[in-house]
Write a protein that binds this ligand. Structure first.
Ligand code: C2O
Length: 585
C-alpha cells in the first residue's frame, strides 16, 4: 500500500499536475440527430455532451447540478481506477445515492492513467437518453507520435426515452410476445450525428480515438482506403497492429493512427454499422438506420464519394477477435492465482415472468443503502461478511492482494460485453466466436497451463454466445467494484454483481464523503449507514436482512401493459416511474 502511494506521488510530480474543473448543469435539450425530434439529457444546454479532457496526474473536479426536474442522475467515469476515491465512481446505490432533482453533487478525483475513456450516467438506463461523452487523458510520454488528434464516438439511438423502454422490456407482456427481447435502436450515430465531415490534411498522422458509447449495439467501423494502426485499447497501449476494420462492443475504445494520403485529390467515405445479432426482427423498427456515414474531407470543394456498403457481420467477422492485441508492456500473467470464481451467465423468465439476467442464478436488485456506505459503516468484524451487503446485490468479498480468476461461462446464446469497474483485467482465455446455439462450451480444465505470455488487457470484454472467458485481476483497489454486462438493457435486467474489494483496508483509508453526497441521500430519505436494508446497531441487527427483495418491484419495473407499436411513443402514456423516475444503477 505504502509503496504504491509513493510511486504514485512521484508520477504526479513528474507531470506537474493541475486541477481541471467542470461545472455541469444537466438538463433536457431538444435534439434531432437523425431527423426525429426528441428530448435528450444534455449539459449546460448543449448536446452532444462535451468531452472531458485532462492530462495524466490532473485532479478533476466535476460539479454537477441536476436540473432534469423529473429524474435523478449520476455520473460514472468509465475505466477510471479511482484508487483511494471509490466514493467518486458514480453508480447509483453502489457508491453514492442518485442525485435528486435540484441538487448539486461533486466528483473529485486524480487521474492515474492515460488513454481513451468516457463518462456516462449510471442510473436507470439514462445514458441511452444522451448523457454520455468522451473522457481523454493525455500522456506527455505517449509511446507513439501523431500530428492531430480526433475523437470519434459511435452510439446507438432510440426515439423513445429509456424508462419507457425499460418498463416494456422488463414486462411479462414482452416476455410473452417476444421472448423478452431487447428494444432495438432506431439509428446509429457518429459523434451523435449523421453525415459528419471530418476535415483531413494530406501527409499527416492522425490519432483517432474511437469510443462506442452505445447502450446496446456493438459496432463495426471502417475508413475507405485508409488502414488503421491500433495503438491503444481501453486505455492499454498495445503493440501497433494494422487493421482495416474494427469492431467495438458497447463501452469499448480503440485508438488508431491513420496516415493521411499525400494529396487532396479526393474525399473518402467512413462508415459505422451496428451488429444486429441481438436485434429481434419482430421488434426492429422498419426504418432503422443500421449504418451511419461520415466523410474524411480533404477538400470541401470536391464532391463526396458514394457511401460505403453497410458492414454485414454475416460476411465478415474478422475484426471481432481482439485477442490479437498484445499490451505494449508485455505484462506477464499475474500470479499465482489465489482465488477462482466461477460465474454462470444466464437469462430466463423469473417468477413474475420478466426476462432477467443473472450470475449464478442471482439477478441484481439495488439495496436500500449504497453498498459503499454499508462497507464504510459496518463494524470491523462484519465488514468481510457478504451477508450484510444483501443477497440481491450478488456480493463477493475479496481480500487485499488476492489474484482472482473469474471463470465465466455464458449459458446465453447472445454475446455479452462484460465490464469490470476500476481495473484493466488480463484475458487469460476466451472461446472463439462460434455457433451460438449451444451447448455451452466448458473452460478447459488445464487453462492455467495454457496462459498467454502477455495476455490481452482491457476493461470491457465480449464473451461470445455459449462461450467462456477467464479474466484475471489483482485486488489492489479497496472499494466497491461493479461487474456487469455493458448492454444497458442487461444492467436493467439484473446482469450485475458487486465485488467488495479489501473492505478492511477500505475502512482504514478513511474516505471522506463530501457533504453533497450525504445531502443527496438525506433528501431522498436514504440512510448512509447500515446494512443493505439500513439496519445497524447490534450485531444481530447488522445480520438481519429480512425483507430483502430478490425480485424487482413491478410498480416501477416491467409494469407497462402496452407494447410500443412501431416504436411509436404516442402509444405510451406518461406515468410515474418510481422515485423521481430513476432507481439504482
Ligand atoms: Cu461504463 Cu458500470 O459502466
Amino acid at each position: 500500500m505504502l509503496r504504491s502511494l509513493v510511486v504514485f506521488g512521484l508520477q504526479v510530480l513528474a507531470v506537474s499536475a493541475k486541477t481541471v474543473t467542470y461545472n455541469w448543469e444537466v438538463d433536457w435539450v431538444s435534439v434531432s440527430p437523425d431527423g426525429y425530434v426528441r428530448s435528450a439529457v444534455g449539459i449546460n444546454g448543449q448536446w452532444p455532451c462535451p468531452s472531458l479532457l485532462a492530462d495524466v496526474g490532473d485532479r478533476v473536479i466535476v460539479n454537477v447540478k441536476n436540473s432534469l426536474v423529473n429524474e435523478t442522475t449520476s455520473i460514472h467515469f468509465h475505466g477510471i481506477f479511482q484508487h483511494g476515491s471509490n466514493q467518486m465512481d458514480g453508480p447509483a446505490m453502489v457508491t453514492q445515492c442518485p442525485i435528486p432533482p435540484g441538487e448539486t453533487f461533486t466528483y473529485d478525483f486524480t487521474l492515474q492513467q492515460t488513454g481513451t475513456y468516457w463518462y456516462h450516467a449510471h442510473v436507470g438506463g439514462q445514458y441511452m437518453d444522451g448523457f454520455r461523452g468522451p473522457l481523454v487523458i493525455h500522456d506527455p510520454k505517449a509511446p507513439f507520435s501523431y500530428d492531430e488528434e480526433v475523437v470519434l464516438t459511435l452510439s446507438d439511438w432510440y426515439h423513445i426515452q429509456a424508462p419507457y423502454l425499460i418498463q416494456y422490456f422488463q414486462s411479462p407482456l414482452n416476455e410473452n410476445l417476444h421472448g423478452g427481447s431487447e428494444p432495438v435502436p432506431n439509428a446509429t450515430l457518429i459523434n451523435e450525428a449523421q453525415n459528419v465531415h471530418i476535415p483531413i490534411e494530406p501527409n499527416k498522422a492522425y490519432l483517432f480515438r474511437i469510443i462506442n458509447m452505445s447502450g446496446f449495439a456493438a459496432q463495426y467501423f471502417q475508413f475507405d482506403q485508409h488502414e488503421m494502426s491500433v495503438v491503444e485499447i481501453d486505455g492499454v497501449y498495445t503493440h501497433a497492429h494494422q487493421v482495416n476494420q474494427i469492431f467495438l462492443t458497447a463501452a469499448q475504445r480503440y485508438s488508431v493512427i491513420v496516415k493521411s494520403k499525400p494529396n487532396n485529390n479526393q474525399n473518402y467515405a467512413v462508415i459505422a454499422s451496428m451488429n444486429d445479432d441481438m436485434f429481434d426482427p419482430g421488434v426492429t423498427p422498419d426504418d432503422i438506420d443500421q449504418s451511419v456515414n461520415a466523410w474524411l474531407v480533404y477538400d470541401n470543394t470536391k464532391p463526396l464519394p458514394p457511401p460505403l456498403q453497410p458492414i454485414d457481420d454475416d460476411v465478415t467477422q474478422q475484426s471481432e477477435d481482439d485477442m490479437v492485441f498484445v499490451p505494449l508492456d508485455n505484462q506477464k500473467p499475474l500470479g499465482p492465482v489465489t482465488m477462482q470464481i466461477p460465474l454462470q451467465v444466464n437469462f430466463s423468465a423469473n417468477a413474475q415472468n420478466q426476462n432477467r439476467g443473472s450470475f449464478n442464478n442471482i439477478s441484481y436488485n439495488a439495496p436500500q443503502v449504497p453498498t459503499l456506505y454499508t462497507a464504510l459503516s459496518a463494524p470491523a468484524d462484519l465488514v468481510n461478511n457478504p451477508l450484510i451487503y444483501g443477497a440481491n446485490t450478488n456480493p463477493i468479498v475479496l481480500k487485499m492482494g488476492e489474484v482472482v480468476d473469474l471463470l465465466i461461462t455464458n449459458y446465453d446464446g447472445g454475446a455479452h460485453p462484460f465490464h469490470l469497474h476500476a481495473h484493466q483485467f488480463q484475458v487469460i482465455a476466451r472461446s472463439s466466436w462460434g455457433p451460438d446455439n449451444g451447448p455451452p462450451l466448458e473452460i478447459p480444465t488445464d487453462y492455467l497451463a495454457q496462459e498467454p505470455a502477455a495476455p490481452m488487457r482491457r476493461d470491457t470484454l465480449l464473451i461470445y454466445g455459449n462461450g467462456y472467458a477467464v479474466i484475471r485481476f489483482k485486488v489492489n483497489d479497496p472499494g466497491i467494484t461493479l461487474f456487469h454486462c455493458h448492454i444497458e438493457w442487461h444492467v436493467e435486467a439484473g446482469l450485475t454483481l458487486v465485488f467488495i474489494e479489501a473492505p478492511t483496508e477500505l475502512q482504514k483509508m478513511k474516505l471522506v464523503l463530501p457533504q453533497s453526497h450525504k445531502d443527496a441521500c438525506q433528501k431522498q430519505g436514504i440512510s448512509i449507514t447500515g446494512n443493505a436494508m439500513g439496519r445497524q446497531g447490534s450485531e444481530e441487527n447488522w445480520l438481519d436482512l429480512s425483507g430483502t427483495a430478490m425480485l424487482p418491484a413491478m410498480d416501477d419495473w416491467g409494469a407497462l401493459v402496452q407494447p410500443p407499436a412501431n416504436n411509436n411513443p404516442n402509444v405510451l402514456a406518461p406515468r410515474s416511474l418510481g422515485r423521481f423516475g430513476r432507481r439504482g444503477i
